[in-house]
Design a protein around this ligand. Structure first.
Ligand code: SF4
Ligand code: SF4
Length: 263
């Protein structure tokens, strides 16, 4: 979700890469769970989050839709987010002791907090593939040639969100607790840029096409079950299928059949 706020207002004024030290470590959060409640619809889930939740918890997207996640429109695209309890306004995965019941499978936004991501403007884009030249990693084929020119992103520290005093310094990559960071950052970039392409496309389509495209994105990246194993390879395949189905690179196959869904 895009936020139109000044970075100076919400951060310490610095941008960080995955190898930088940042004063974000809450040292176990002690008895706090304040960022697990009152989040409204803001914890938006990406395909890796759904892979973690479905494969890691041995459940299906449709099952999660019963009471753990919900769908909302984000900048024109229908995407899932963590659902807050209607009475307590806390996340459905928060247990009675005030701890996350799915810590190992928690979504990317929860792993980041109190860090956020700042996507670089076009004229600040540092490299073809990702966060920075020095961070650039080869793709599976050994070539650094994603289909889109991704803009890259940096991390920033949200200074007004987490009340824990005396946070200590931690390496960004360690804090976000995600293996294979190079591939993870490539995925984050590609997903972000794909969604921007979809948003642009939706803005000039008819209502009927908007519905078809949203169903395609939902079906291909979220509802269709993932297999346990290499998430990134599965994502790349689905991304290529979506690009073809939406004719983003001139190899159009607009007859793409998404998985039937009753959502
Ligand atoms: S608000 Fe800060 S201290 Fe509290 S649970 Fe979230 S990250 Fe931990
Ligand atoms: S998934 Fe876990 S860490 Fe994330 S908001 Fe819910 S309870 Fe908190």
């Amino acid at each position: 979700m895009r936020r139109q706020v000044s970075l100076e207002e919400i951060s310490d004024g610095r941008l960080y890469g995955k190898n930088d030290m940042v004063r974000a470590c809450t040292n176990g959060c002690r008895d706090c769970s304040s960022c697990c409640g009152g989040m409204g619809k803001s914890v938006i889930l990406d395909p890796l989050d759904i892979y973690r939740l479905t494969v890691g918890l041995g459940t299906a997207f449709e099952e999660l839709m019963k009471d753990k996640i919900e769908l909302n429109v984000v900048d024109g695209v229908i995407l899932p987010n963590l659902k807050m309890d209607s009475d307590s306004e806390t996340c459905a995965f928060l247990d009675e002791a005030g701890r996350c019941s799915i810590h190992a499978q928690r979504p990317g936004i929860c792993r980041l907090f109190p860090l956020g991501r700042y996507y670089l403007p076009e004229d600040e884009t540092p490299s073809e593939s990702g966060a920075s030249k020095e961070d650039e990693a080869p793709s599976e084929s050994g070539a650094n040639q994603p289909r889109r020119r991704t803009r890259g992103f940096r991390y920033f520290l949200q200074v007004h969100e987490c009340p824990m005093p005396n946070k200590t310094k931690v390496k960004v990559g360690k804090w976000i607790d995600t293996p294979d960071l190079d591939r993870y950052e490539r995925f984050v970039n590609e997903w972000h840029d794909f969604l921007e392409d979809v948003q642009e496309r939706l803005a000039r389509e008819t209502d009927e096409e908007v519905k078809k495209i949203n169903l395609l994105v939902l079906s291909l990246f979220y509802v269709r079950p993932y297999e346990e194993g290499d998430f990134y390879a599965q994502f790349e395949k689905r991304l290529a299928d979506a690009d073809d189905a939406l004719d983003f690179f001139g190899h159009g196959n607009l007859n793409f059949k998404g998985q039937e869904t009753n959502l």
